[in-house]
Design a protein around this ligand. Structure first.
Ligand code: FBP
Length: 562
């Protein structure tokens, strides 16, 4: 083929050469899922070593079927599952996209095989409520193999909470004769999975969750090292940040303030920091522990800038976790008060314009918090005062913390160190990390999570989350009881049953690594540029560094048996 027909071929083809290459990559099932005639589903039984104790009466009362005693077991694989036929299983995405979701669907489809039917639910939980589901065929699945995004099915953030909504789900289960539902989602979506599993218990419909979120805040010590999507997102952000870091001593002109997605927890920021070694890194959990006010955060940044300036480095990068604002004590108090007001006065607020709502809300706040809100830029006020998402979360991705910190740092430097040159740029790396083609780790992890989830529904287990651990050895599939993870949390005016978000542990090896090295990163140009994620070669099998460190692995590479 000559060059021009090659180019024409490329232009006409709906997938890029890169996408075609990934689509043609073989999936890699764990050895336990490899049967004599291809992929096989497995059966699970109680682990003799691991049970969760549940003592909270409210949790017990909410799950009378799933929680019959005071403890609930983790399940491990026991061997191949003898042939199951005629089952109808639905799968849906819930919440924000994360790389590898399509491979989960492929893994489920392969576990189900030809004798069972996989139905795809369109547009997330909303589609489940509306009964918007249809069978998925092998071609649909092959077309998204190893592809990023959730576009095969779509997603949304509807929280299924009212009795009427649970009844709607039950009707859909009956109308479509479903034997199982697999919910691919984060902490809130897996909470929903537990509640639906309980509600459908007598319907003989299994409900299984799959741990998805780029935020990395769905991890369970010893059992779930990380959710899927985190590796791809942090590698994409690290590539972008590495490029910016490389620009700083080249142009010697700017301080870049980079906010990184990740909602409340700072796992994404910590991982990107370890991969790139930038001069200044903020970790929300540390700021909360030190009880820093916003002015302390600004002074910390400005002091780093002054220090580098003394060494003629009038440039650098400040990494800012998306949820920072929520961790600063005065903002914590403000947000907690706002949540109660928004919850208690929903009806009034839904009938008024924004300006009236703003006046109404500030009148209800204690005066110091009202003053704090008034002192903020209008776009930040708006995000704090606007409705929460359906799970009660502040939409932190919409708060321009990076711009706020730039303005305040500029003012601080003008007042305290006017001789220091300060030119800045604001960035937000968020959506560009959620839908990239999955890294080798995420592609491998998600396909096998799908095999675990598919096996669990065929094995008629319900109220569990699929998991895999020990990525440094032959990885081990597990089923984690969702009820063992549920706790009470104050959201708005009421307490809710939720799976707690895992925050950065300040005693963890990963955070301690940052503590040990950050002064050096600030006083020198010590940054690294990790480059784009690789599918072949020495870095293709790299695990997230925070995961390898915190799990105590002796290698940074995952083991896929090849
Ligand atoms: P999930 O918890 O659903 O995985 O959300 C991940 C996330 O990307 C967060 O990091 C971010 O704060 C949020 O979604 C943004 O939400 P939206 O897509 O609604 O703007």
């Amino acid at each position: 083929m000559n060059t021009s027909s090659l180019i024409q071929n490329q232009a006409l083809n709906s997938a890029s050469l890169f996408e075609q290459t990934l689509q043609n990559r073989a999936f890699q099932p764990l050895p336990i899922f490899q049967g004599d005639h291809g992929v096989q589903a497995c059966r699970f039984s109680e682990s003799p070593n691991h049970r969760f104790s549940v003592s909270d009466h409210k949790v017990k009362a909410a799950f009378p079927n799933l929680l019959s005693g005071d403890t609930v077991p983790v399940l491990t694989v026991k061997g191949p599952l003898s042939s199951v036929q005629g089952k109808r299983i639905a799968v849906l995405f819930s919440g924000g996209p994360a790389a590898g979701g399509h491979n989960v669907v492929a893994g489920i489809a392969h576990a189900l095989g030809d004798q069972n039917t996989l139905l795809g639910v369109k547009s997330g939980p909303k589609g489940l409520l509306n009964g918007d589901l249809a069978p998925l065929c092998a071609d649909d699945i092959a077309s998204v193999a190893n592809m990023g995004g959730f576009d095969l099915l779509g997603s949304d953030r509807t929280k299924i909470k009212s009795e009427q909504q649970f009844e709607q789900v039950k009707s859909v289960v009956r109308d479509h004769q479903l034997d199982g539902i697999i919910i691919i989602g984060g902490d809130d979506s897996n909470t929903n999975a537990a509640l639906i599993a309980e509600f459908l218990y007598d319907e003989q419909c299994s409900v299984i969750g799959v741990p998805k979120t780029i935020d990395g805040d769905l991890q369970i010590p010893d059992l779930l090292p990380i959710s899927f999507g985190f590796d791809t997102a942090t590698r994409i952000y690290s590539e972008l940040l590495g490029n910016i870091l490389q620009d700083t001593p080249s142009s010697q002109k700017y301080w870049h303030f980079v906010k990184l997605m990740g909602r409340s927890a700072s796992h994404v920021t910590l991982e990107v920091a370890l991969q790139t070694c930038p001069p200044l890194v903020l970790i929300s959990e540390e700021i909360a522990e030190k009880q820093w006010r916003l002015s302390d955060v600004v002074a910390h940044i400005a002091n780093g800038i002054i220090l580098r300036s003394q060494q003629k480095m009038n440039y650098g990068v400040v990494l800012i976790p998306e949820g920072l604002i929520e961790f600063i004590p005065e903002f914590q108090a403000l947000i907690a008060n706002l949540n109660v007001i928004l919850d208690t006065h929903q009806d009034t607020l839904s009938q008024q314009e924004y300006e009236d709502n703003y006046r109404f809300i500030t009148a209800q706040l204690p005066s110091d918090l009202g003053d704090l809100l008034d002192s903020l830029p209008a776009n930040i006020q708006r995000q704090l005062v606007l409705e929460r998402d359906s799970h009660g979360n502040v939409q932190v991705s919409q708060i321009p913390t990076e711009a706020l910190l730039i303005d305040m740092t500029q003012d601080y430097l003008k007042a305290n160190a006017p001789e220091v040159p300060f030119a800045s740029n604001a960035h937000f790396f968020g959506y560009e990390g959620r839908c990239g083609a999955p890294s080798s780790f995420d592609a491998y992890y998600t396909y096998n999570l799908g095999l675990v989830a598919g096996s669990l529904v065929l094995d008629q287990k319900t109220g569990y989350m699929a998991a895999i651990r020990h990525f440094d050895q032959v990885p081990e599939p597990l089923a984690i009881p969702l009820t063992g993870l549920i706790t009470q949390e104050q959201r708005g005016a009421a307490t809710h049953l939720v799976i707690e978000k895992a925050l950065v542990n300040l005693d963890s090896p990963a955070f301690q690594h940052l503590v040990k090295h950050r002064d050096h990163w600030c006083s020198q140009n010590a940054f690294k540029s990790p480059g784009p994620r690789q599918y072949w070669g020495p870095t293709a099998k790299q695990l997230p560094l925070t995961v390898a460190l915190n799990q105590g692995y002796e290698t940074y590479l995952f083991n896929d048996g090849s």
